[in-house]
Design a protein around this ligand. Structure first.
Ligand code: UT7
Length: 327
C-alpha cells in the first residue's frame, strides 16, 4: 500500500530565552502562577531580523538533510502558520525561494495550533493520490510579534519556533501515516482570534489603538474543549485503526498547557512516560509545537523503527485533529 512516510525532521528555535522571572518584571505575574497553571518555565523569542520564513527555512533545510533529499526534489511546501511574514506572498513561497526548491508548489495553511496536523493530513492525501512524491510540511510561528506584552492572560503563554518534516511516498511496507482526522467548529472561533488587519477591520489608527493586532484569547473557556477534542481525535483514529491506547508508543500532543496534556493522557489511559512534553522550555508555539517536539523526540532516540506515534492538536478556528504514524 502506498503510504506517506516521514523520512526527515528538523527544527529551528531562536536562541534568545525569556524566563518566567523576566516576565515578573513586565506584567503582574509570578513564576509560580505560570508554572503551576501552565507548566511553562521559559519560551524562546525571535531576534529582530528573524521572520517566520527564515525560521521555517532553517527547519526545512535540516529536515531535507535528515531525509537526504535536495531542494529540487521537493514537490510541495506546506507552511502552517498564523504569523506569516506578510499577508501575501505566502510564507511558503518565501521559504521556497530561500531554500531553492525551484520545482515545488507552495502554500500556507491558517489553522492555528492544529496547522501542522492539517498539513500532515493534506500531505498524506496528495501522496496517497500519487500527485506528489516529496512534500515539506512546516509549522512555524513568531507569536511574540502578535502578543500584547501588557496582557498577563496571554503574554506568559506563547513562544517562537519552527519544525519541519519531509513526507515521502513509500510504495512498499507499512511505515508511514496510518490515519488522519481533522475537524473544525467555527461557531467557537471568537474564543481565540486576532481581529485586526484583515478585511473586516483593516489596519487603522483605531485598530492599533484598540490593540486589535494582538492575540485575544478566552483561555478559560478553551480549556475543556481542548481536552475533549484531543481525546475525541485520538480515540477516533485508534478505533478506526483497530488499535487501543496501549498500542501507542509515543503521544505527542500540542503543547499549550501541562494540565491539558495530563488530562488528555489520563482520559486516554496513556501513562505520562509515553507522552512527550517540552512546553516547559518553549511555551505554546502554536503550529510549531508538534513538529519541534517530534524532531526533539527523534533526536533523543525516543522513536524507534516500528513505533506507533500519535500526534494530536487543538487550536484557533476552532480546529482539532490527529495523525497516527508508524515509524
Ligand atoms: O493553543 C491552543 C488554544 N489555547 C489553549 O488551549 C489555552 C487553554 N487555556 C489554558 O491553558 C488556561 O485556561 C490558561 C493558562 C490560559 C489560564 O489558566 P486558568 O486556570 O484557566 O486561569 P483563569 O483564566 O481562570 O484565571 C485565574 C486567575 C484570574 O484571577 P481571578 O479572576 O481569579 O482573580 C486571572 O486574572 O488567574 C489570573 N491570571 C493570572 N495571574 C497571574 C491570569 N493570568 C495570570 C498571570 N499571572 N499570568
Amino acid at each position: 500500500m502506498r503510504r506517506a512516510q516521514i523520512v526527515g525532521t528538523g527544527s529551528a528555535v531562536p536562541g534568545k530565552v525569556l524566563t518566567n522571572f523576566q516576565l515578573e518584571k513586565i506584567v503582574d505575574t509570578s513564576d509560580e502562577w505560570i508554572r503551576v497553571r501552565t507548566g511553562i518555565r521559559r519560551r524562546h523569542i525571535a531576534e529582530e531580523g528573524t521572520t517566520s520564513a527564515t525560521l521555517a527555512a532553517d527547519a526545512a533545510r535540516k529536515a531535507m538533510d535528515d531525509a537526504g533529499i535536495t531542494p529540487q526534489e521537493v514537490d510541495l511546501i506546506l507552511v502552517a502558520t498564523v504569523t506569516p511574514d506578510m499577508a501575501f506572498p505566502s510564507t511558503a513561497c518565501l521559504v521556497q525561494e530561500m531554500i531553492g526548491a525551484i520545482n515545488a508548489s507552495a502554500m500556507d495553511m491558517s489553522v492555528g495550533c492544529s496547522g501542522f496536523i492539517y498539513g500532515l493530513a493534506t500531505a498524506d492525501s496528495f501522496i496517497f493520490s500519487s500527485k506528489y512524491e516529496n512534500i515539506l510540511v512546516i509549522g512555524v510561528e513568531i507569536l511574540s510579534r502578535i502578543t500584547d506584552w501588557t496582557d498577563r492572560n496571554t503574554c506568559v503563554l506563547f513562544g517562537d519556533g519552527a519544525g519541519a518534516v519531509v513526507v515521502r511516498a513509500n510504495n512498499n511496507g507499512n511505515k508511514g501515516i496510518i490515519s488522519t482526522y481533522t475537524k473544525s467548529d467555527g461557531s467557537l472561533g471568537k474564543l481565540l482570534m486576532l481581529p485586526g488587519g484583515g478585511s473586516k477591520h483593516p489596519t487603522s489608527y483605531q485598530t492599533v489603538a484598540q490593540k486589535m493586532h494582538y492575540i485575544k484569547m478566552q483561555g478559560h473557556d478553551l480549556f475543556k474543549p481542548a481536552i475533549l477534542s484531543m481525546v475525541e481525535a485520538t480515540s477516533y483514529i485508534l478505533e478506526k485503526s483497530g488499535l487501543t491506547s496501549r498500542d501507542i508508543d509515543l503521544l505527542i500532543p500540542h503543547q499549550a498547557n501541562i494540565r491539558i496534556v495530563e488530562a488528555v493522557a489520563k482520559k486516554l489511559r496513556v501513562p505520562m512516560e509515553k507522552v512527550y512534553v517540552n512546553l516547559d522550555e518553549y511555551g505554546n508555539t502554536s503550529a510549531a509545537s508538534i513538529p519541534i517536539a517530534l524532531d526533539e523526540a527523534r533526536r533523543k532516540g525516543l522513536i524507534k523503527t516500528g513505533d506507533l506515534v500519535m500526534m494530536v492538536a487543538f487550536g484557533a478556528g476552532l480546529t482539532w485533529g490527529s495523525v497516527l504514524v508508524r515509524f
